[in-house]
Design a protein around this ligand. Structure first.
Ligand code: GLT
Ligand code: MN
Ligand code: MN
Length: 392
């Protein structure tokens, strides 16, 4: 009997792609299309060929061009729906394109012009309805052009207030229309703006408690975005997880300090990707895993299918490595060794009471002895490296 490849994805893995990612024609700021533009239905068929994909997500204008007539829109939706059905794909997430059209050149919800702000909210309301038509339950907000090149142009405090006002309005809209959306905010430090507002995931985690409906709001962190800024992405995701706010995640890869490369997941930073998958696994993240990445400009659509397969396969390979890590006796013994629990002291510091404070002040804590305890971190990290490089 043929051996089943343990890294083959299934719909249960909840891997998703975007119409805008696998459908990308390879254009960049220096050159136009290198692949023909596929229709949304053709993109769904392509994902069907990759196999094991759970769903496909879209911006309103990935599906329906901004200037499409009603008749054109109806035909596109009909073809898209049929393609979803024949490939057994779902639409778990939808979002709004608030960045491509010239009207948004200085932002959408944070624009200085009240008419543009109103148009951005109106466009989002319509896009939320479109998402619902296809069953989306998560709504992503990526502040595409919310930001500045010169802070002479906008008041950054007002920008926060305007953004909050738009989100509060849209939360109420979702509630009043019984749409049941969960909102997920996606941070990015720069590009396309010189500096973007809400530059890191933590910025949104700080905004959420100030919203009218914090319970329906969470984050959609993207690996490339914190990594561009040279930050540790996994730490941001951990904070979101700890707060119960990791509603969605965008997976890809990125060399730090460069433009937003959106490379195939785990094609650059194996170690950082491993610790991300470990975090998601250890803390039982159950949401969608969206690959927000593009195939190389050199690829044809056959190679785009390989790119999609490789993205999912890499995640599953890293899941396997996590299982190995968790089962590795030597690694686990070292972890046990460095986790120095002390039930008596922890009880004291868990909660402030006058008695605990008094007992803590009296505790015998010898800093020289404490500093001398061994920390075999080189040994531990070397084992992780060997595991990842396949010799363990
Ligand atoms: C765009 C961006 C992504 C966002 C998408 C959602 S669009 O490709 O670079 O990070 O997730 O709006
Ligand atoms: Mn990106
Ligand atoms: Mn993204």
């Amino acid at each position: 009997m043929a051996k089943i490849d343990p890294f083959t994805p299934t719909a249960a893995d909840k891997f998703t792609f975007g119409l805008w990612t696998v459908g990308k024609t390879g254009s960049d700021p220096f050159g136009g299309d290198v692949r023909e533009q596929l229709t949304p239905a053709q993109i769904v068929d392509l994902l069907g060929k990759a196999g094991g994909v759970h769903g496909v997500n879209f911006h309103d204008n990935d599906l329906i061009p901004i200037d499409a007539s009603d008749t054109e829109a109806a035909q596109i939706k009909k073809d898209f729906r049929a393609a979803l059905r024949r490939n057994k794909l779902k639409v778990p997430m939808a979002t709004t394109n608030l960045f491509s059209d010239p009207v948004f050149k200085d932002g959408a919800f944070t624009n200085n012009d009240a008419e543009i702000r109103a148009y951005a909210i109106q466009k989002t309301m319509k896009a939320m309805t479109l998402g619902k038509e296809f069953g989306a339950s998560t709504y992503v907000f990526w502040g595409g052009r919310e930001g500045t090149e010169s802070d002479a142009t906008k008041d950054s405090v007002l920008a926060v207030k305007r953004f909050r006002e738009a989100i509060d309005f849209l939360c109420e809209y979702s509630i009043s229309e019984k749409m049941g959306y969960k909102f997920a905010f996606e941070a990015k430090p720069n590009e396309p703006r010189g500096d973007m507002y809400f530059s890191v995931t933590g910025s949104y985690l700080a905004l959420i408690p100030s919203l009218k409906h914090p319970d329906m709001c969470g984050v959609n962190p993207e690996f490339a975005h914190e990594t561009m800024a040279g930050l540790n992405f996994t730490h941001h995701v951990a904070q979101a997880l700890e707060m119960g706010k990791l509603f969605h995640i965008d997976l890809n890869d990125q060399v730090p300090g460069r433009y937003d490369q959106d490379f195939r997941f785990a094609s650059v930073n194996y170690k950082a990707n491993f610790f991300l998958v470990k975090l998601l696994t250890d803390y039982k993240y159950k949401g969608m895993k969206h690959f927000d990445s593009h195939a190389y400009r050199q690829s044809d659509y056959g190679d785009v299918i390989e790119f999609a397969k490789g993205s999912m396969r890499n995640f599953k390979i890293l899941e396997h490595k996590v299982a190995q890590f968790n089962a590795d006796k030597k690694i686990q013994a070292l972890l046990k060794d460095i986790d120095r629990t002390n039930a008596k002291l922890s009880k004291l510091t868990r909660k402030f009471t006058k008695t605990n404070a008094k007992a803590l002040l009296a505790a015998d804590l010898d800093r020289v002895k404490l500093a001398a305890k061994p920390m075999p971190y080189e040994e531990l990290d070397q084992l992780v490296g060997e595991l990842l490089m396949g010799v363990r």
